[in-house]
Design a protein around this ligand. Sequence first.
Ligand code: SF4
Length: 467
Amino acid sequence: MIAVVVFDKTFSYEIHSLVKAFYPMQDVKVYLSSEEIPDNADRLVLPALPNERDPLKRRLYSFLSEHTHKTLPWGTLTGIRPTRIALAGLYAGKTEEEIRAQFRYEYFTSDEKILLSTNIAKREKTILDTMDVRAGYSLYIGIPFCPTTCAYCSFASYPLAKNESKTDAYVTALIRELDYVADAFSHKELHSIYLGGGTPTTLTGTQSERLLNAIEERLDVQHLREFTVECGRPDSMDLEKLTVLKRHGISRICVNPQTFKQDTLNTIGRAHTVEDTVRAYTLALEAGFDHINMDLILGLPGETTEDVKHTMEEVARLNPDDVTVHSLAVKRGSFLHRKLTEGEDFQRADAPDEMMRTATAYANDICCTPYYLYRQKNMTGNMENTGFAKEGKEGIYNILINEEVESIVALGAGAISKRIFYIEETDTNRENAPFSVRIERSENLKELDLYLARVDEMIERKKALFD
Ligand code: SF4
């Protein structure tokens, strides 16, 4: 364990994130110099640091870089969305050179990541410029049931076998929340719907039909640009369910292999085969879907760059319309995190940046180029999650939620609604920029039984946020 010794804890979060980025395999804790430090910890005494966040991070980065003889591709960028910096620059009328200089000198970002961020921001801006995000909203609906629980999962997810008896009541609760949305958002344009989870296709065809009918009956969909259903687990899909989705106008679905290495699927508890993935993808085509996404994870336990290559060859063979490449993040609450804190370890990604380059090259080969990007804490190799899409096949909801430019009302256990308050700008260059915002959130209870019992209270929470 690394004990970082500081004289002031004001910026301990920023200090922790940056030290952790330099020492990804180690447990890092920040201590005040007056606190007792465990004997077995390696002490890291920091130099005097400035009292402002960004200068502090730059000084700390230089110190750690000298200390470890390493540089980080994203430089000091922790806790900030890189594409948001680039997008804000574009909306403020900055030139690309000015944006590049900002990344280089303020955040010490590598040229490769600067190019990635600015290219994505330009693509996002092209899409956002076609939408009036101030007049609109998006809808998220979470279905918290899964066939089994994946080892890295930290979402609201309950094994279907044990909770099947609650699925009807769950759909009823969602429809109750939908009644509120229909009433409160009738003056707004609904731009995108995302049915995620969990695994939405754990619902039966009849239950899906009931939910989709309720959406159609209550909400005005004339401005709807996208309706995604994250089917997710291939072992939850059949032709009947996919046909119901198609009939109700779902425009984008996700079939998520995560990897095409069977041993890894067994290790991470996915309980489906690589053949199931191919079968589900083929069924989706048969049902008539022309926008299919695939999610992958790099850095899964025991996987090497060769395994990523194999996975990408299989993905390229299926030729989806968009691919999201995640870097494994071991989050608190997951089985993997528990195992790690109990002292068990797994073979970590040998070369995370090489894995990402391999995945990128294969995605590019099927004409999928980056369109959104986000980073999380504790990601393998301090990398990123990147969405690649063919032209015109971008996931619009992904852009809206990541750039936090449009309010999202979220239904279901553990779902978090976000209200965006736009701050008026006086600078005419920024008149239409959706980037000066303040965000407030309201969270639904994550525990399934509590959510079902207290759904009216979840609606009251949303009223307090949106009304
Ligand atoms: S499919 Fe997703 S939500 Fe379900 S257990 Fe796996 S990671 Fe969690």
